[in-house]
Ligand binder design. Structure first.
Ligand SMILES: Nc1nc2c(ncn2[C@@H]2O[C@H](COP(=O)(O)OP(=O)(O)O)[C@@H](O)[C@H]2O)c(=O)[nH]1
Ligand SMILES: [Mg+2]
Length: 312
């Protein structure tokens, strides 16, 4: 990590990008030029599963190896960066004065191109600023999480012994994103059964030659199982380096991200036009009042945009 790292300026940079992405393209471009490809560990699972507690202990473990850690804690349901996320901060409080640790919360507020884009940008900042490891904690396993977790090099899905039913319903999404399963709160009854069930699921789902997601038991509040979890994360990272499918996957990811960036930029451009262009604004109002057919309006607007945009 660079010695001159300034956590305050990092925090300001992330806010600036979050608040006005279109105006931040220069900063993002400079950050991208400094990008080193730091591994990202994604931690997801239902609220209360113990993700933040696990992250807190993982930070401790990594700091013990003199590794610096940047954490992004996400709660899509939270309209603010705070609120429900306060719990995450408290859980990781003991690292607040450590210069080698940076923790940033992201809610859905102010996320210009959506939460997934905001997370991507924040992760880029952490990478460019020189952290050795990035961790993203994200609540739940909905579509937003699937998008966010696609940024992760390794994804850990955290469950608890009582989550048997949830596993059945969330099965498809979970299987797809989990590189490692953690059954946390292993001090409670049913942990071993849960592990057996997950292992059976993994065995059924896996294709020959690919990584078999291990199922680990942890007691995060006691720091138990953390070293084993970190070992599995490193093992997964090593396997990825040798897997040709991983490079292809990364390419597909960058392609999708770029398309999303383009779409977002066009949307922004259109929004600005709708405000400044009287003719467009009039059409928008007519659509709102159901005075025109929106599909006809779109057919009318679209060619004019293509023409106007040409050659620029
Ligand atoms: N019994 C038990 N409680 C735990 C364990 N790990 C975390 N907790 C508790 O579970 C609650 C939720 O933890 P938190 O890390 O905030 O969950 P998150 O919402 O997934 O981030 C807290 O009260 C933790 O102290 C564990 O292994 N066993
Ligand atoms: Mg949490």
């Amino acid at each position: 990590m660079t010695k001159c790292m300034n956590l305050r300026s990092l925090s300001k940079t992330i806010s600036q990008i979050e608040n006005d992405r279109p105006k931040s393209l220069k900063i993002l471009s400079e950050l991208y030029a400094k990008k080193r490809g730091v591994p990202i560990l994604g931690i997801t699972g239902l609220p209360g599963a113990g993700k933040s507690t696990l992250v807190d202990h993982l930070i401790h473990h990594l700091r013990g190896q003199s590794k610096t850690v940047g954490v992004i804690a996400i709660d899509p349901s939270s309209p603010f960066s705070g609120g429900a996320l306060l719990g995450d901060r408290i859980r990781m409080q003991r690292h607040a004065t450590d210069e080698g640790v940076f923790i940033r919360s992201l809610g859905s507020r102010g996320a210009h191109g959506g939460l997934s884009q905001a997370t991507h940008d924040a992760a880029l900042c952490l990478d460019a600023y020189g952290f050795d490891q990035i961790i993203i904690e994200s609540v739940g396993v909905g579509q937003t999480e699937l998008d966010i977790m696609s940024l992760a090099t390794t994804t850990v899905v955290v469950l608890v012994p009582e989550a048997g039913d949830a596993v059945q319903t969330l099965k498809a999404g979970l299987m797809e994103i989990a590189d490692i399963f953690v059954v946390n709160k292993a001090d409670r009854p049913g942990a071993e059964q849960m592990k057996i069930m997950l292992e059976a699921m993994v065995a059924m789902d896996s294709k020959m030659g690919t990584w078999l997601a291990p199922v680990l038991l942890t007691k995060a509040d006691k720091g138990s199982g953390i070293a084993e979890l970190w070992k599995a994360v490193l093992q997964h990272g090593e396997i990825l380096k040798k897997d040709p499918a991983h490079a292809k996957h990364q390419e597909a990811l960058r392609r999708a991200q770029f398309l999303e960036m383009c779409g977002e930029a066009v949307k922004q451009h259109l929004k600005e036009k709708l405000i400044s262009d009287k003719k467009l604004k009039a059409i928008l109002e007519k659509v709102a009042k159901e005075e025109v057919n929106p599909y006809e309006a779109l057919k009318k607007i679209l060619p004019s945009f293509v023409r106007r945009g040409r050659g620029r």
